[in-house]
Design a protein around this ligand. Structure first.
Ligand code: SME
Length: 161
């Protein structure tokens, strides 16, 4: 199992007090990309309208700019509001191949306390069957601790609390 403790502690320290979505996403993408061999693309797609995601901060090769909800692994994650662990992208109907080297993939939805999917974290590997349910748990916890609070804070501000 991958050890997320060090990168988790570093991220919590660096991101302490930061409330800007892009600053947080950029830092998460860079730290995760740099921490694990085999994380060959790490980045975010942001929900920008009811059926559309646009690329956010990422590390790795060129990523597609736009993903509709009905396309790809990212689309499945946002539609179902649940993580998608794809051991072999060639077996996933509708996988969007931004890089032909990608073999496996993990997509974690970023869901606020109101249940809205705000974004997805997409991690691709050039190695087959690279991700496990332990990655889902560790990365989901990281999103809950570091990124999701800003969306909930936004909601509180909106109602003037
Ligand atoms: N893997 C994604 C597409 C985005 S890129 O790989 C960066 C998908 O099928 O949703």
């Amino acid at each position: 199992m991958r050890d997320y403790r060090e990168v988790g502690m570093r991220l919590r320290a660096i991101c302490q007090g930061e409330r800007d979505e892009i600053a947080l996403m950029a830092t998460l993408a860079q730290e995760l990309f740099a921490s694990f061999d085999g994380f060959d693309w790490v980045g975010f797609y942001r929900v920008v309208s009811p059926n559309l995601m646009k690329i956010g901060p990422y590390q790795g090769g060129h990523g597609c700019l736009t993903i509709p909800f009905d396309k790809g692994v990212c689309g499945a994650a946002v539609r179902t509001a649940s993580p998608q662990l794809v051991a072999d992208v060639e077996q996933f109907d509708g996988h969007i191949a931004c890089a032909s080297s990608t073999r496996s993939e993990l997509v974690i939805p970023v869901i606020d306390d109101a249940g809205m999917v705000r974004a997805v974290l997409d991690i691709d590997s050039d190695q087959p069957d690279f991700f496990t349910p332990a990655d889902i748990d560790a990365l989901t916890t990281m999103m809950v601790d570091i990124l999701i609070p800003i969306y909930n804070a936004e909601a509180y501000q909106a109602v003037g609390v």
